[in-house]
Write a protein that binds this ligand. Sequence first.
Ligand SMILES: Cc1cc2nc3c(=O)[nH]c(=O)nc-3n(C[C@H](O)[C@H](O)[C@H](O)COP(=O)(O)OP(=O)(O)OC[C@H]3O[C@@H](n4cnc5c(N)ncnc54)[C@H](O)[C@@H]3O)c2cc1C
Length: 434
Amino acid sequence: METMKYEVNREIPVTAETDVLVIGGGPGGIGAAVMAARQGVKTMLAERFGCPGGMAVFGEVTPFMPSHVKNRALDRPVYVDWCRRMQAYRSDDVRRKFPFDEEQAGGMICKDEAMLAMEDLLLESGVTPLYHHTLTDVIMKDGWIDAAVFHSKSGLSAIRAKIFIDSTGDGDLAVLAGCPFEFGNADGFCQPMTTCFKLSGVDRSRMPDRAGINELYDKAKAAGEIRCPRENVLWFLTPEEDVIHFNTTRIIKLSGVRGDELSQAEIEGRRQIRQFLSFLKKHVPGFEQARIHSIALHVGIRESRRIRGLVYQTADDFRRAAKFPDGIAKVRYCIDIHNPSGTGTTILDLPPDEWYEIRYGALVPLNSRNLLMGCRAISVDHELHSSSRVMPPVCSVGQAAGMAASLCVKKDCEPAALDGAEVRKHLAEAGAWL
Ligand SMILES: Cc1cc2nc3c(=O)[nH]c(=O)nc-3n(C[C@H](O)[C@H](O)[C@H](O)COP(=O)(O)OP(=O)(O)OC[C@H]3O[C@@H](n4cnc5c(N)ncnc54)[C@H](O)[C@@H]3O)c2cc1C
């Protein structure tokens, strides 16, 4: 590729200074920011879009996958608080039908309720949100991140912090700061992307079962009416009687951290949606009067970079249901690999009521002094990532990063100097189930 010299060498305003700066407002970012702020340290959260939510909101990923042991949600306190807070925005009717059960927290959510509830938690805990700020660079000093540089409508600006938390999902901050990372599987491909969408006006009483819909899908594929590598139609019921959620487009072999490929992925996702819409209305009973309810504003990215940390965890920890003295989050979601290069999905479950733990060192990037990972891009292999990436455990990983950041600020130390077992102890005192 041709390159050209482009130098940005000018004074930019330092618009804020804080103890902890969380970059990215997805499930990981909210866990990080809320937990740090609850410990009494000054916390800001910068987000490129105009609201918090990450994939749950702009990716329209609205099923919270269960991560329960003995019917009790593992991810607390922030994740359960988030789910509880969403109830305030539900209609009486939905609340009656699906009463909030703290032990079961999760299931199908509404993205707008999730977004409002997230912002409630941020504001109530004293976090200062800063929307419409995209991280573009870092200013390093002696191996430390001195400031993060953002682009917004007012141009470039810098924010200083003692501890930075990368909650971008993609490890943008860690990569800018020079930390090593892995990408995808052995062939260099990540899990496929998916543009989620919802249809309303569906008559559920006439819908075929899953096998029936898949049979019709196979026929439409054979007839050339749909071109999608996914093996079946993945759909979910929602609290609204006539609305069905689809997580079924599959976009393969494109990178979620390359601008040009992301753009192609958006076009491909919507191309598939047009075909699904036509197929469902034409061939599937109950969908004759269906119409588009919503389409994700951003293609869903399951996997991109995984930042290498002091500890590197593999799927072997899943298979052994491994527990550690420095475990900071319990996970029981399955290994769930959507084929990065075509058809098929690999699922591997843990035995009933078993879980494995994410270790603190998986959140501390190599070659860093004041950085923690508080999102899905932690130091795990491709296989383990397929389990740890879902929203409840990511929120718990984030809250662990937030707790660790607050301890670093109070003790004036680097994340690498913290004892993971101590982070675990503090998390348990703050309400984590550890
Ligand atoms: C199609 C699909 C289906 C899924 N299905 C499920 C499911 O059913 N259940 C489940 O629990 N999980 C599911 N997941 C996984 C889950 O949604 C993600 O793994 C999870 O949202 C990751 O959270 P995160 O906070 O790490 O990242 P994200 O949710 O991606 O949030 C990252 C945030 O950082 C912001 N950001 C990124 N870069 C920058 C930057 N440079 N500057 C400023 N801000 C930035 C983004 O705008 C975003 O708000 C699915 C994911 C996908 C894509």
